[in-house]
Design a protein around this ligand. Structure first.
Ligand code: ASP
Length: 456
């Protein structure tokens, strides 16, 4: 574990950077927007690490076990754990939205009539917004939007899509789109094969371990400039919203809805996950949250749990003392399939829309929302506002009008940051829990010592 004082100081610097960034954005939005370049550079540096790090760490994990079959039990428990916490998050979302009822009496008749009267324009607006904001190729959004509009997806169809997304016909395309699931599957199989080929491939195995350690060292180095990068990222985005006059307006118009989602996310991050963490590890969950704080703050700043993955791995290993054996698997898998915050938000947002439109959902429909929100969150990529795209599945599954997404578009970029932070913390809790309970099954880990960059 690293020197606690040093990392504590880093966390404080990052917190200060975020506060200063927001203040600057409010007072001088045009100046704040000029920091855009710095933010983009930092984000790209993080994103650049993701594909090689995921592949090398998953391979290292398998090589450390010495036998791919040993992955069975911990792998299964990891998936089970992630599913359970995602379902718990959805339940929290449903409870909070049913208690606060943010959609009842909070949206003016004129606004509703505006959306209803201009279906096509609103549809276009949503499509354009998604294509513009979400970091996936435009054709993909168009394709997704089209299919979501045309048919009501069944749960079977959603599961079928998830299974298909495990595999790719082109590894390089998957890598270029940061499509992590097929890369994880490939890495498991490839490293599994290596474990059966004996001494012939020793050089390759050592090479993979060395690549992994070098990448982690790079992440540690990158963390030294994290406060600056995070300052740029946050101030540019908040400045943009302030310059467009959105910030205050958005908070005013969607106040109740924001309060609902934030209460749910807060409850899940500060009560549900800590309880699970304490129950399975008997350690102090809030100390763990502090140890993971740099990752959680990076998630808030980047709005991408995939881009945050290198930092999550670094914090889990060096701050929280989670073994490499566990972080190597559990975190890449978590960043891809475990999205508690996203699931909670999708369930809450769907019920919010139903409340606004005045549709009384039956228990069965709420259950359908719970199941589809869980699956939609599993299917969402760890990129900014991906949850908004997959929410169309949830709305369609219970026949809610998709055009009412217009009501929550303006605030999504902001809520996205909070739900990404929860997603990342959920992944980290999973890694620590699996580590504590299944270390023996995961084998002895990698032989190499963690690389330190303190002296670089
Ligand atoms: N931005 C989220 C993440 O990266 C996904 C989402 O909810 O939109 O985890």
């Amino acid at each position: 574990m690293s020197d606690g004082k040093h990392s504590g100081r880093q966390t404080l610097y990052i917190c200060a950077a975020i506060v200063l960034a927001i203040l600057l954005a409010i007072v001088m939005p045009t100046t704040a927007m000029k920091f855009h370049l710095g933010g983009e550079v930092f984000l790209n540096l993080l994103k650049m690490m993701v594909v090689p790090l995921v592949m090398s760490s998953v391979m290292c994990g398998i090589l450390g076990m010495g036998d791919v079959r040993k992955l069975g039990k911990p792998g299964l428990y990891t998936i089970l754990y992630y599913f359970c916490t995602t379902i718990l998050a959805v339940v929290v979302g449903l409870v909070v939205v049913n208690i606060i009822k943010p959609g009842i009496g909070t949206v003016s008749e004129e606004k509703l009539a505006e959306i209803k009267g201009d279906d096509a324009a609103t549809g276009d607006m949503i499509y354009e917004y998604l294509a513009d904001q979400v970091d996936v190729p435009k054709e993909k959004v168009a394709e997704f939007f089209g299919s979501a509009e045309q048919s009501e997806p069944t749960i079977g169809m959603i599961i079928e899509n998830l299974v298909t997304s495990l595999f790719t016909d082109n590894l390089f395309t998957a890598a270029s789109e940061t499509n992590l699931l097929p890369l994880i599957v490939f890495s498991i199989i490839f490293a599994g094969m290596l474990t059966t080929l004996g001494e012939n491939v020793d050089t390759l195995k050592t090479g993979i371990e060395q690549i992994n350690h070098a990448l982690m060292a790079f992440v540690m180095l990158l963390m030294k400039v994290a406060p600056l990068g995070i300052f740029c990222l946050v101030t540019a985005r908040f400045g943009e919203a302030q310059a467009a006059g959105e910030l205050g307006e958005v908070i005013q118009q969607t106040g109740w809805y924001m309060l609902t989602v934030l209460s749910g996310l807060g409850f899940h991050a500060l009560v549900t996950l800590p309880l699970m963490f304490w129950f399975f590890t008997r350690r102090n969950p809030y100390q763990f949250l502090w140890q993971m704080s740099r990752a959680v703050l990076t998630a808030f700043s980047t709005a991408s749990s995939s881009a945050t993955l290198p930092v999550t791995m670094e914090c889990a290993e060096t701050e929280a003392g989670v073994s490499e054996r566990s972080t190597n698997f559990v975190l890449p898998l978590g960043a891809t399939i475990n999205m508690d915050g996203t699931a909670l938000y999708e369930a809450a947002a769907a019920i919010f829309i139903a409340q606004v439109v005045g549709i009384d959902l039956s228990l069965m429909q709420q259950l359908t929302i719970a199941v589809t929100a869980t699956l939609a969150a599993v299917g969402a990529a760890g990129i900014p506002e991906a949850g908004l795209v997959t929410m169309l599945i949830v709305l369609n599954a219970v026949g809610l009008p998709v055009e009412y997404v217009a009501l929550i578009l303006s605030v999504d970029w902001l809520l996205d940051r909070f739900r990404t932070a929860v997603n990342t913390f959920g992944d980290a809790c999973g890694a620590a829990i699996i580590d504590t309970n299944f270390v023996s099954e995961l084998g002895d880990g990698n032989a190499g010592e963690a690389t330190s960059v303190e002296n670089i």
